[in-house]
Design a protein around this ligand. Structure first.
Ligand SMILES: Cc1ncc(COP(=O)(O)O)c(C=O)c1O
Length: 418
C-alpha cells in the first residue's frame, strides 16, 4: 500500500462515532460543589457536601484510621492476605448490622460480599434484583438520595416511590407510607434507610418501624436497607441498627448495603458490604456465588487497602473502641450545630418555626427553604446547598454560624412560609 494512500485515509474523518453523544445532566450534588469551588467570596459556605467536617470546616482523618494504617503498613502488597481480609471485613460488617449475637450468623444464612462502598453495594443488589426478579418494582421513599433512582434505572429495574416526608410537619407522613406499602403489588422491593435518612433527616420511631415491618411482611415485600450512616443518627451503632433487628425478629429475609465512607471518614477508599439474609446455608451459598459473579464481571474486586483499614478497625477491640468514641464526637458536634442554628434563628426573631432543625437527625437538615430562598442564599450570601433545601449540618461551624443564621433570616424574614 502506498504512503500517499495511507496518508489520505488517515486524513479522512472517521464515521461520526460519538457525534450523537450529548453531555449528561449534571449531578445535583456534585454541581453544588463545583459552584462553591468557583465562588471567590471569602464568606462562602458549602452546605452541600455529605461528608463530615470538623469545627474548622476541614475533612477529618480519624485517629482509629491512623492506628489501623500503622498496623497494616506494608501488608497491602501481600496478595495472599486479601482473601482473609475480605472475609474478615464481611464478618465484622455483618455483626455491626445484624448484631454480634444473632443466630443468623451461626446458621450461615447470610450471603455477604465486599463492595465498592455503599453505591457499589446498591448497584450490585440492583443488578442481582434484575437478574432474578426482572419485573418486580423497587419502591423508594419520597424523597430519597437522588442516586438511588439512577442506580436502579441503570440496572433497568422498574421503580416507584412510597410516601415518606410530610412538608407541612417536616416529619414522617406515616399513614400515607403505610397505605403505599399496602397498595404496592404483592412481593415488591422496598428500599429503606434504617437511620439518618438522606435527605430529610427524618427517621421512623421504633413503634413505627414495627408497623412498617408488619405491613411489609403481610404483603411479602422484600426490605432492602441502605445503611450509609450507621452511628450518625444516635451516635450509637447498635441503636442505629434497631430497625434492621426488628425486621430480623419478625422473620423477614433482608438485604443490606453498608458504607464506611461517612462513619469512618473513608470516602476515598470505597469500602462497603452487601449482605442478603437467606432461608438457609445452601441458599446463602448460591446467592453469594451469584453476587461474586456479577461483581467479577462488573469490576473484578475492590482495592485492598480500605478493606485492610476497616477490617483492622472492626477486628481490633481497642481500635474499634476508639472508632466508637470518635463517631460519638462527630455526632455530638453535629447535634450542637443543630441546637445553635435553631437558637440563633429564634434569637434573630425569625417568624418561622425551626424546631425541625433539632427534631431531624443524622448529617442532614431538610430545611424547608424554597427554591427562591435557596437561590438568594447562593447569589447574595455565597451559601451553597442542594436545590431541595438539604443542609449538610457537617458544614456548619461556630465560626460560620452567625453569618449563616443571619443569611437564612434575611431570606425568610418576610414570613413567607418556608
Ligand atoms: C442514602 C445513601 N446511600 C448510599 C450512599 C453512598 O455512599 P458511598 O458510596 O459513598 O458509600 C450515600 C451517599 O451519600 C447515601 O446518602
Amino acid at each position: 500500500m502506498s504512503k500517499a494512500l495511507r496518508d489520505a485515509v488517515a486524513r479522512r474523518r472517521v464515521c461520526q462515532w460519538w457525534d450523537h453523544v450529548r453531555p449528561a445532566p449534571k449531578d445535583p450534588i456534585a454541581s453544588v460543589g463545583e459552584a462553591f469551588l468557583a465562588d471567590a467570596s471569602p464568606n462562602k459556605i458549602n452546605l452541600g457536601v455529605g461528608a463530615y467536617r470538623d469545627e474548622e470546616g476541614k475533612p477529618v482523618v480519624l485517629r482509629c484510621v491512623r492506628n489501623a494504617e500503622a498496623k497494616v503498613a506494608g501488608s497491602e502488597f501481600l496478595e495472599s492476605i486479601s482473601t482473609s481480609a475480605n472475609s474478615r471485613l464481611v464478618e465484622e460488617s455483618i455483626k455491626l448490622v445484624y448484631g454480634k449475637d444473632t443466630d443468623v450468623i451461626g446458621e450461615g444464612r447470610l450471603a455477604g460480599i465486599q463492595t465498592l462502598s455503599g453505591t457499589g453495594a446498591c448497584r450490585l443488589f440492583a443488578e442481582f434484583q434484575r437478574r432474578f426478579y426482572p419485573r418486580s418494582k423497587v419502591y423508594f421513599p419520597d424523597p430519597t438520595w437522588s442516586n438511588h433512582h439512577s442506580i436502579w434505572k441503570d440496572a433497568e429495574v422498574p421503580q416507584g416511590t412510597f410516601s415518606y416526608y410530610n412538608p407541612r410537619s417536616k416529619g414522617l407522613n406515616f399513614p400515607a407510607l403505610i397505605d403505599d406499602i399496602k397498595n404496592a403489588p404483592e412481593s415488591s422491593f422496598f428500599l429503606l434507610h434504617p437511620c439518618a435518612h438522606n435527605p430529610t433527616g427524618v427517621d421512623p420511631t421504633e413503634e413505627e418501624w414495627r408497623e412498617i415491618s408488619y405491613h411489609l411482611k403481610v404483603k411479602n415485600h422484600f426490605p432492602f436497607f441502605d445503611m450509609a450512616y450507621q452511628g450518625f443518627s444516635s451516635g450509637d451503632l447498635d441503636r442505629d441498627a434497631r430497625a434492621i433487628r426488628t425486621f430480623l425478629q419478625d422473620g423477614h429475609l433482608i438485604g443490606c448495603a453498608q458504607s464506611f465512607a461517612k462513619n469512618m471518614g473513608l470516602y476515598g477508599h470505597r469500602v462497603g458490604c452487601l449482605s442478603i439474609l437467606c432461608t438457609d446455608t445452601m441458599q446463602a451459598l448460591a446467592v453469594k456465588s451469584q453476587l461474586q459473579q456479577i461483581a467479577r464481571a462488573m469490576y473484578g474486586s475492590p482495592p485492598i487497602r480500605g478493606v485492610l483499614l476497616v477490617s483492622t478497625i472492626l477486628g481490633d477491640p481497642d481500635t474499634k473502641a476508639l472508632w466508637v468514641e470518635e463517631l460519638k464526637a462527630m455526632v455530638n458536634r453535629i447535634c450542637k450545630m443543630r441546637e445553635a442554628l435553631r437558637e440563633s434563628l429564634e434569637k434573630l426573631g425569625s417568624p418561622l418555626n425551626w424546631e425541625h432543625i433539632t427534631n431531624q437527625v443524622g448529617m442532614f437538615c431538610f430545611s424547608g427553604l424554597t427554591p427562591r430562598q435557596i437561590e438568594l442564599l447562593q447569589r447574595e450570601f455565597h451559601i451553597y446547598m442542594t436545590a431541595d433545601g438539604r443542609i449538610s449540618m457537617a458544614g456548619v461551624t461556630m465560626s460560620n454560624m452567625d453569618y449563616l443564621a443571619n443569611a437564612i433570616h434575611e431570606v425568610t424574614k418576610s414570613g413567607q412560609e418556608s
